[in-house]
Design a protein around this ligand. Structure first.
Ligand code: NAD
Length: 481
């Protein structure tokens, strides 16, 4: 099935849809069938140069910067409006390009519109300070843009993850070169179309699709970028940071996670299980903040595991566009990785309560929703990120032990706690080392709430008012009167 009438996509540079420097193309497949659905002009380092040059010219022209902030905000509202008109098309595209369910695809568009509206509304509210220095001096601060912001996006939620960084950059007067993920680039091309229709100045936003090892690496090492926003794995993040260090480029790093949900003995069990199941099986677990480790009090452990197994086995797995609950993983490579790590878990002595392998007889990259029990916190499956629909359930005896286990990995993205005891909830939230803590439901929050990591999960924040501070630098102006 063709996702849209357009099956060949060019890169969006300097307000034009352009061929690549070479004739090479990236074949985009449907993860539910393994069949090709589109081709993309493969961006090479020469295309990166062209995109960065366009963003630099646009920044130097001050086309965005000289717009009154309120008008920059209006532009974002316009982008949101055009995007909204394409909701069904983009949602279907995300089913076919990314393996999402239709509901998830629609929600991505809605979420992206919210980002555009939220940050559009903040464009004229980012105020500096006037600092009193006594008679004869006027001193004030302004939030100045960095210049050209290089942005790298992973495959799992390209539209909202990409767009939230783009709109923060544009409303603060930066210009952008974004490299979309090579596995699922199409929704961000639709975003570029919405920006084009809305009248975002030429060159202010450039979207290219290439592989990480050449186009991505060339972008973050480019001599003419001023700022990096990287969302992806810790391993790639480290290599991006090495490039950034060479030129002392400020970075926002949104990396992986192995987020722990603590279920205390007094928790509302049914609610905790439902929420945790959504937290790990939504988008087949390909969410950085998935509830991938569950720490459950020993007194309710067996009951919790059997309810989790029921939840896993109740999910219909298949092509999202056909209305299934859970879609495929993004690629054969990711399926091999997730399945391989499950085998490690079995070898380590953990017990498979359900799942543990790909679904047989399917052409697509479908992994069975998986629950591991009798997991020890030192096992690799309790420490490494699957980025798939696999949850490990670990027993604990005391709240202190739960905190030690929860904080005992290199990651620190999200964490959760389920209990009816408010004091215990606050005690736990206080001790969890994570960028965000959810109480009695996974993913409590929204566009308005800051999101980001601690430890190897990265630094800087996206979402909420805090995010904007990652896109500006304070400039102080002192005037002798
Ligand atoms: P990845 O690190 O392999 O790739 C991410 C992006 O980096 C892709 O666009 C890729 O092309 C690019 N890339 C690869 N090598 C590069 C290089 N040397 N230089 C520059 N760019 C390069 O990650 P992935 O496997 O696509 O995504 C999954 C990871 O992303 C998971 O670890 C997940 O937790 C993380 N993630 C984090 C967040 C967050 O907000 N914290 C959100 C989504 C995903």
């Amino acid at each position: 099935m063709t996702p849209t009438t357009k099956t060949f996509w060019r890169n969006f540079i300097d307000g034009e849809w352009v061929d690549g420097a070479t004739d090479e193309r990236i074949l985009i497949d449907n993860p539910a069938t393994g069949e090709p659905i589109a081709e993309v002009a493969r961006a090479m380092p020469a295309d990166v140069d062209r995109a960065v040059a366009a963003a630099r010219r646009s920044f130097a022209s001050r086309a965005l910067l000289d717009l009154p902030p309120a008008e920059r905000g209006q532009l974002m509202f316009e982008v949101a409006r055009h995007l909204g008109e394409m909701t069904e098309e983009i949602a279907k595209l995300e089913c076919l390009d990314n393996g999402k369910t239709l509901a998830n695809g629609r929600n991505d568009v809605k979420l992206t519109m919210r980002y555009l509206q939220y940050y559009g509304g903040m464009a004229d509210k980012l105020e500096g300070r006037q600092i009193p220095l006594g008679p004869g001096v006027l001193d004030y601060t302004v939030h100045a843009p960095f210049g050209v912001s290089a942005q790298i996006v992973p495959w799992n939620g390209p539209l909202p993850v990409g767009a939230r960084s783009v709109c923060c950059a544009l409303i603060t007067g930066n210009t952008v070169v974004l490299k979309s993920p090579e596995d699922s680039p199409l929704s961000l091309f639709k975003f570029a179309e919405a920006c084009e229709k809305a009248g975002v100045p030429k060159g202010a936003l450039n979207i290219i699709c290439g592989y990480g090892h050449d186009a991505g690496a060339a972008l973050v090492a480019h001599r003419d970028i001023d700022h990096i926003v990287f969302t992806g794995s810790v391993a790639t993040g480290k290599s991006v940071l090495r490039s950034a260090a060479e030129r002392v480029i400020p970075c926002v790093m949104e990396l992986g996670g192995k987020s722990a949900g603590i279920v205390h003995a007094d928790a509302d069990l049914e609610r905790a299980v439902k929420s945790a199941a959504r937290g790990i099986f939504f988008h087949a677990g390909q969410i950085c903040s998935a509830a991938s480790r569950l720490l459950v009090h020993r007194s309710i452990y067996d009951e919790f595991v059997s309810l989790m197994v029921k939840e896993a086995e109740a999910r219909s797995v298949g092509a999202g566009i056909e209305g299934h609950d859970m879609g495929p993983l993004i690629s054969a490579r990711q399926l091999d990785k997730v399945e391989g790590l499950c085998r490690v878990g079995v070898d380590e002595g953990a017990r498979l309560a359900t799942g543990g392998a790909r679904l047989p007889g399917r052409k697509g990259y479908f992994m069975a929703p998986t629950v591991f029990r009798d997991v020890h916190p030192e096992m690799r499956i309790a420490r490494d990120e699957f980025f798939g629909p696999v949850v490990v359930v670990i027993p604990f005896d005391t709240p202190e032990e739960a905190i030690t286990i929860a904080n005992g990995t290199d990651y620190g993205l999200a964490a959760g706690v389920f209990t009816r005891d408010l004091s215990l909830a606050l005690w736990t939230a206080d001790r969890l080392v994570a960028g965000q803590v959810y109480v009695n439901d996974w993913w409590v929050g929204g566009v308005e709430t800051p999101f980001g990591g601690t430890k190897r999960s990265g630094y800087g924040r996206e979402k909420g008012q805090e995010a904007l501070l990652g896109y500006v630098q304070t400039k102080n102006v002192g005037i002798r009167l």
